[in-house]
Design a protein around this ligand. Structure first.
Ligand code: UDP
Length: 322
């Protein structure tokens, strides 16, 4: 029976991964470490499983009397306004966090890391295969996130080379869906909340910049298969995402269709906003046969809006019940 640690397990993606892990019968103990910087206790409040434990702590300072068979490192903000506000802390959570967590891994244990498609920066190759080295400005406004993801990958792959560490590294592309914070600041959650509260939908720049939007359930399915279910020697990096590339303005227009009365405004472009992003999934298709992102953005965005609407109703009820 295994003991598992999930750093960042109270976050949007981390909490969905925790739900998936708890379906496994070979796990005796699952510890979530989270300092609730961008994570929320509410994301875990539905869990009644006695194997589950929550440890409020910074990832860099996590203490544990015992070592773990598997460690999942998702402790990082992922939204540009969040990481840009606290860039040093973002670098620390990723890199120093990985260094601390590695010390808590049993010999022969597995270290799984969620890197990011941000390692490709503003790409001049499309779609981006894992072998593409990217175009990142290491002094730019996104560098705390991009470069800490890149450096943490370096740390882990070097740990594999010099210590034979069993690592698994994924590079997810623009994940969205239920449990994103209402104040997260990324596109889909912003558009959903703006539409639902009668505020204008803010497009940064002309909206022609594109992303490949992956619904959370599809992404977690890919994580499960790569991190623990399927068997192969490849350790990563592996692109996990939806390879249907859609412009930001098209997503906003779709939200307008779903929430009648919504309107779009254009505001200043985000600094060094990547113009495009699309995964080359050749490797993922080879390693994880049958896996792909099945949920089109039209459906995923609707499910996300429905989830936010439901959350708003819940909060209103809670307020009116005192
Ligand atoms: N974006 C936008 N309005 C918003 C939030 C985001 O136009 O209110 C744009 C943003 O400039 C970017 C795209 O949507 O081009 C995706 O942004 P997000 O923050 O979701 O992810 P990332 O930039 O990290 O890919």
């Amino acid at each position: 029976m295994k003991s598992v640690l999930v750093a960042g397990g109270a976050g949007f993606v981390g909490s969905h991964l925790v739900d998936r892990l708890l379906r496994r019968a070979d796990i005796a103990r699952l510890v979530v470490v989270d300092n609730l910087w961008s994570g929320l206790v509410d994301n875990l409040s539905h869990i009644r499983d006695p194997r589950f434990h929550f440890e409020p702590s910074d990832v860099e300072a996590v203490q544990s009397p015992h070592l773990f068979d598997e460690i999942y490192h998702l402790a990082s903000p992922a939204s540009p306004p969040w990481y840009m506000q606290q860039p040093e802390r973002t670098i620390s959570a990723n890199l120093i966090g990985a260094m601390r967590l590695r010390e808590l891994l049993k010999d022969g244990g597995r270290f799984c890391y969620t890197s990011s498609s941000e390692v490709y920066g503003d790409p001049i190759v499309s779609p981006q295969p894992e072998s593409y080295r990217g175009q990142v400005d290491c002094t730019g406004p996104r560098s705390s996130y991009d470069e800490s993801k890149r450096c943490t990958e370096a740390f882990l792959f070097e740990s594999q080379r010099v210590r034979n560490l069993d690592v698994r590294v994924v590079r997810p592309f623009n994940i969205y869906g239920p449990r994103t914070r209402a104040d997260d600041g990324r596109a889909v959650s912003n558009f959903a909340m703006q539409a639902l509260t009668g505020r204008p939908i803010t497009i940064y720049g002309d909206g022609l910049q594109s992303r490949s939007w992956g619904y959370i359930d599809d992404i977690i399915e890919g994580f499960e298969r790569f991190f623990w279910r399927d068997t192969f020697d490849y350790r990563g990096p592996l692109n996990i995402g939806n390879d249907r590339e859609i412009s930001v303005i098209d997503v906003a227009r779709h939200v307008c269709k779903l929430v009648p009365g919504s309107r779009i405004i254009h505001v200043d472009p985000a600094p060094q906003d990547p113009t495009n992003r699309c995964p080359d999934l050749t490797l993922a298709r080879q390693l994880l046969p049958g896996w792909s992102c099945h949920i089109p953005y039209e459906q995923g965005v609707k499910m996300t809006i429905d989830w936010f609407a439901n959350q708003m109703r819940r909060e209103r009820r809670a307020v009116s019940n005192g």
